[in-house]
Ligand binder design. Structure first.
Ligand code: FES
Length: 254
């Protein structure tokens, strides 16, 4: 039987007791980590040790732990969701690190994402942008016959590519302007490309962009950092579409 290889990691983790408290990096050494363990499982082990020692566990978000829900997220060695491209923090594994490596772990940082505690940030600003227009309010009724609303295959694929956004906020954390434009453009694109999204298309572009500005997110300056960290590999071409949607809506309004 082949024994699983184990390694030691030194974690420098951002600890912050609350939104108004000062934060600092705390050092923890974890020995005997199974390389097949996920990053979040490693944090679970750290929290067990802290709890047994009577110390406060590290606060962090997670839910599905399968890259689906968008709940997890932290900056690992300066990269949102860590050094592996095309995945979320919960899909990062210990085997991606070297024995004895020091890892710096901090929360997503943006004015619109206030730190609640340790690695936990408030990302409800993204929910409020969706509430401003990221929906179809027509009564969809029951499931229609598949061919009553034909959608060209290339459009359906583009729409599905952008619908893959899980709203994790990594794009915001990676952007030097803390822009949420990749997120907003993904939501606007998938509805703008499908027939069901046409009724509210113009209003949606105006209200979602207004909500994005109101929440304090910055603007895109084409650095493409968002695209690099997006766990669903959403392209910044959707930001170009967002700009077209917004400008068309503005011109039509005047
Ligand atoms: S916990 Fe759901 S995407 Fe990571």
């Amino acid at each position: 039987m082949v024994e699983a290889k184990t390694i030691t990691l030194i974690l420098k983790i951002w600890r912050q007791a609350g939104p108004q408290a000062d934060g600092h990096f705390a050092t923890h050494q974890l020995n005997g980590l199974n390389q097949d363990m996920s990053f979040l499982e490693m944090l679970d082990i750290l929290n067990q040790q802290l709890t047994v020692a009577g110390q406060e566990p590290v606060a962090f978000d997670s839910d599905c732990r399968e890259g689906i829900c968008g709940s997890c997220g932290a900056v690992v060695d300066g990269i949102a969701h860590g050094p592996e491209r095309g995945g979320t923090l919960c899909q990062l594994y210990i085997r991606h690190f070297k024995d004895g490596q020091t890892i710096w772990l901090e929360p997503f940082r943006a004015n619109a994402f206030p730190v609640l505690k340790d690695l936990l940030v408030d990302r409800s600003a993204l929910d409020r942008i969706i509430q401003a227009g990221g929906f179809v309010s027509v009564n969809a009724g029951s499931a229609p016959e598949a061919n009553t609303l034909p959608v060209a295959q290339p459009l359906a694929e583009q729409a599905m590519d952008t619908a893959a956004c899980i709203g994790c906020g990594a794009c915001v954390a990676a952007c030097q302007n803390a822009a949420a434009m990749l997120f907003v453009s993904a939501k606007i694109s998938h509805l703008a490309l499908l027939p069901q999204g046409q009724t509210e298309r113009k209003r949606r572009a105006l209200t979602m962009v207004a909500a994005m500005d109101e929440e304090g997110f910055g603007s895109c300056s084409n650095q493409r950092e968002c695209e690099q960290v997006c766990p669903k590999s959403i392209s910044i071409r959707s930001i170009a579409r967002l700009n077209r949607e917004y400008l068309t809506a503005i011109v039509d309004e005047e």
